[in-house]
Design a protein around this ligand. Structure first.
Ligand SMILES: [Zn+2]
Length: 74
């Protein structure tokens, strides 16, 4: 299940919920959503914030930043 992603359609000059969304990863590692406008069919593209990347397939195993030792209790 994919979250609805809104992007601005250049052709409709309006914000649309992207249809046929596919999450892709840019060469620089940034996630982006690709899809088409549900109204006119124009291709749409939108960068996604890293925090909201829905797919975790190729994501590196994030180390849990558990506070094991408090070095500098400010
Ligand atoms: Zn459109």
């Amino acid at each position: 299940m994919t979250d609805e992603i809104k992007a601005y359609c250049m052709k409709c000059k309006a914000e649309r919920v992207v249809s046929n969304v596919a999450i892709v990863t840019m060469k620089n590692g940034r996630p982006a959503a690709q899809g088409v406008c549900p109204v006119c069919g124009t291709k749409m593209f939108k960068f996604l914030p890293k925090a909201k990347a829905p797919v975790a397939e190729s994501a590196p195993a994030a180390e849990p930043t558990a506070p094991t030792e408090q070095q500098n209790p400010a």
